[in-house]
Ligand binder design. Structure first.
Ligand SMILES: C[S@@+](CC[C@H](N)C(=O)[O-])C[C@H]1O[C@@H](n2cnc3c(N)ncnc32)[C@H](O)[C@@H]1O
Length: 298
């Protein structure tokens, strides 16, 4: 297999994507700036953000192949901290109204307990779940085997005793009837959930205020980008998506508005060989717990 290639372009993602050929990437994984949050990379009001993201989505649909997927990571926020802002729901509904097919709403569950300002002080609940919205054609490319989960004890027992259940119908707690022999078939792993569990990002080599953990792009890439394909991140930040794409044997195109962050991304992605791929059963670094890949090219 040839060495994957990467490119990080400094500029506005809408402008840059307009210049990319239609159907030129297999998969997009990105975390855009959120509205109403002051960051070093700027602030947008909700009223500005929704049409801006509408155009980002239109460009993504154009540059991603018809068989491809585009994943958007956003997290609901509040103001004041007892009142949710409505923009994430509006974004989802606007996107669906514009013809983007939402295959699944997936979730990133953060597992590191912490005292948080605001919510903690007011006796509230910590926001520990972010959305990972999977948009694609219903017939999109997907490689479920790459992200199968380990079986539970009870599932393993059913599989071991499968012969006993041959053709037996079981009424599930839901009231639905299921053929147990089919249900207890060994498929090499359990059907993946629509959530992944990972601590908040711990990327010590990234001086950036809003990175996501490698586990997010790793899961999406293994699942929905064919080996050797090309991954796009229009909001590249410190380059986490690009780093993982290279490690997973995929090419990468990134766009980043801030020149310093773009340089950081180039530096991090170029060092991808120092971050070895993880296989099933290997311990992940603290904070980067993840799934496994058996079919990922070496
Ligand atoms: C939430 S961060 C992405 C972090 C990234 N996932 C990582 O792990 O490092 C969003 C990034 O989008 C960049 N950005 C904001 N507006 C942009 C635009 N119009 N075009 C391209 N990049 C933009 C910001 O500078 C910021 O680095």
């Amino acid at each position: 297999m040839s060495t994957p290639q990467f490119q990080v372009i400094t500029g506005d993602c809408i402008e840059i994507m307009r210049g990319l050929p239609a159907g030129s990437v297999d998969c997009c994984i990105t975390s855009p700036l959120y509205p109403e949050i002051k960051r070093s990379y700027g602030t947008m009001t909700e009223a500005e953000w929704l049409p801006f993201m509408g155009e980002v989505m239109a460009q993504l649909r154009r540059v991603v192949k018809p068989s491809g997927s585009y994943w958007i990571n956003i997290g609901p926020n509040s103001m004041p901290c007892t009142s949710r802002r409505s923009w994430p729901w509006r974004f989802v509904l606007n996107s669906m109204d514009s013809g983007h097919n939402l295959v699944r709403d997936c979730y990133w569950v953060k597992k590191d307990p912490a005292v948080t300002n605001g919510a903690g002080d007011k006796g509230l609940l910590r926001d520990a779940v972010e959305w990972l919205l999977w948009f694609a054609d219903p017939e999109c490319y997907r490689h479920q085997r790459a992200i199968l989960l380990d079986y539970s004890e009870s599932a393993l027992q059913k599989i071991e005793n499968r012969q006993r259940f041959s053709s037996v119908e079981e009424v599930r707690p839901s009231g639905l009837r299921a053929r147990v022999d089919r249900w207890a078939q060994d498929n090499g792993g359990a059907t993946p959930f629509n959530y992944i569990v990972s601590a908040t990002a711990q990327n010590p080599d990234a001086e950036h205020p809003a990175t996501f953990p490698e586990a997010l792009p790793e899961w999406c890439i293994r699942y929905t980008c064919p080996p050797g394909g090309t991954v796009l991140d229009p909001f590249t930040g410190s380059g986490t998506t690009g780093l993982v794409a290279m490690r997973e044997g995929r090419n990468f195109v990134g766009v980043e508005l801030n020149g310093d962050y773009a340089n950081m991304a180039r530096r991090r992605i170029a060092g991808w060989r120092h971050k070895p791929i993880r296989q099933r059963g290997q311990d992940a670094p603290e904070g980067q717990e993840t799934l496994f890949a058996e079919d990922v090219p070496a």
